[in-house]
Write a new protein. Sequence first.
Length: 263
Amino acid sequence: MTQFDDAYDNSGHIEGADTFPPKWEKAAAAFRNDLGARAQVGVSYGPSDRQVFDFFQPEGVSRGTVIFVHGGYWKAFDSSYWSHLAAGPLSRGWAVAMPSYDLCPDVRIGTITTQIAAAVTEISRRTFGRLSLVGHSAGGHLVSRMTDPLVLPSEVRDRIENIAPISALADLGPLMQTSMNDVLRIDAAEALAESPINMSPPHGVNVTVWVGADERPAFLEQSEQLARTWGARQVVVEGKHHFDVIDALADPESDMVRAVLGG
């Protein structure tokens, strides 16, 4: 293991790390089951089997739509693990969409960015009103990339009011020096093009960068760098690590949900 492998090894520094994915999967399945007909699972937005999103409808007319993009270093998981995190926005009257996407090494990270843009565009076509984007880890990278003027159509981008990158990967350069790059295949050109820290700060969008205080120093540094480069608000959540900082999304009264929904 290299120095950079350890720097980005979340599981190796979280007690009981292997217990989290089964808990997420169980909680998500129970949430979808309880939601019944208000949960639409596997709505297609592109040609491959993984280019689908789950859509959760609140009671009554929605106040807007939150789009949550999952993490997993662009090489793991799908939307089915995270459904329960929709509870916070749903309770406040917002619809929630959660896209899956093709994974590395089958595709490159740049292709995943294009897929998420297609998902956001399709979700916008099916909804009305405001959009808020929230993403965790690699998902934080992907929602940040949606502010690039070349990624989304202007009429879609103009509906995005809030973006909350959580524990986001904002500088892909260091990942080139990890063993993960055997799968990710990031090269210098892609690191330059796909790193949010190299983008122009977005205008007209409220950005709040979140990170757990107990995360790996590399993630604290990446979040601080993104917030500084974009002139965005940063929140460091005491007592939280990479796997539980996202739990606040399930709580309608949390500061994180308030930020995602614009206060």
